[in-house]
Design a protein around this ligand. Structure first.
Ligand code: C2E
Ligand code: CA
Ligand code: CA
Ligand code: CA
Length: 278
């Protein structure tokens, strides 16, 4: 049928086959990247709006590929998840983040929590709790300085999830729900899960000055969190108007380009020294 032709042409656009080939290549290269030490972590400060202090930083993995250059985690994390590489990579990220937090402590920086993203695959990992415990022991980091970020879409079975989170909490670490509001899960888990913190996704904050629905949603999340005694981090704050709205709404922490992009561990340490010497 000739009328179908254009669609077929559309389907076989060359960039698509390139995309798939590229993806397979990237998967192979990801496996080598860990051994070749091509990964590193940047850290983005989370600012306490009451004290204006940095009380925590989020660790964000970076891949510096020898020829491709910087590859975005938005691209390679999903591939790492599908290929199973997220298990060893996730372990490396957790250990590296804890080592770094301890290093800052030894350098005399005030205590800071480090927040580490967990992928779905890691939650299903049989020895996750034991791994977290071992890493904390090995790095000698106090558990209260580690926060794990999980996402709503991760809802395994609710009972299983509740059990797992209780085991993690028993170690003494903190749990945050990342990208809050973007998943499809019901809110009822908020009363069952032992969580400490909600991170409001950037999608809700982005247009807050121009969109009354977003404004209503963020206000609702802030007041709900207060009633449930959860801390709130607003993500992706780029503009002072957004900041003003969040201060007004009694938000606890902000994270975003307005204050700082993700930066290197050295930059975090230097910023602190600057603050001290002022
Ligand atoms: P996420 O966990 O929601 O991380 C926040 C993302 O928002 C980061 O992008 C950060 O650089 C970006 N961001 C922060 N403030 C602003 C802002 O004001 N404006 C804008 N436009 N963006 C802002 P990044 O580092 O590219 O990471 C993207 C996603 O990749 C993360 O989203 C997370 O889902 C995943 N990811 C990154 N690092 C890791 C990791 O170590 N482990 C796992 N499992 N996933 C990671
Ligand atoms: Ca996160
Ligand atoms: Ca997020
Ligand atoms: Ca995200």
């Amino acid at each position: 049928d000739a009328s179908q032709m254009p669609q077929r042409f559309l389907f076989y656009k060359p960039y698509m086959s390139n995309g798939i080939a590229d993806r397979i290549l990237i998967e192979q290269e990801l496996h080598k990247a860990l051994a070749n030490e091509e990964f590193y972590l940047d850290f983005q400060p989370q600012v306490n709006l009451k004290t204006s202090k940095i009380e925590s930083v989020e660790a964000l993995v970076r891949w510096r590929h020898p020829t491709r250059g910087f590859v975005s985690p938005e691209l390679f994390i999903p591939i790492a998840e599908e290929s199973g590489l997220i298990i060893p990579l996730g372990k490396w990220i957790l250990e590296t983040a804890c080592v770094q937090a301890k290093t800052w402590e030894k350098q005399g920086l005030p205590p800071m929590k480090v927040a580490v993203n967990l992928s779905l695959g890691q939650l299903f990992q049989q020895d996750l709790v034991q791994m977290v415990q071992e890493i904390l022991q090995r790095t000698n980091l106090e558990p209260k300085y580690l926060q794990l970020e999980i996402t709503e879409s991760m809802t395994m079975n609710i009972d299983q999830m509740t059990q797992l989170l209780h085991e993690l909490k028993a170690i003494g670490i903190q749990i945050a729900v990342d990208d809050f509001g973007t998943g499809y899960s019901s809110l009822s888990y908020l009363k069952d899960f032992p969580i400490d913190c909600l991170k409001i996704d950037r999608a809700f904050v982005r247009n807050i000055q121009h969109n009354q629905n977003d404004e209503a949603l963020v206000s609702m999340i802030l007041s709900m969190a207060k009633h449930l005694r959860l801390k709130v981090v607003a993500e992706g704050i780029e503009e002072v108007e957004q900041l003003a709205f969040l201060i007004e709404g009694d938000c606890d922490y902000i994270q975003g380009y307005l204050f700082s992009k993700p930066i290197s561990a050295e930059q975090i340490a230097n910023n602190y020294k600057d603050l001290h010497n002022r």
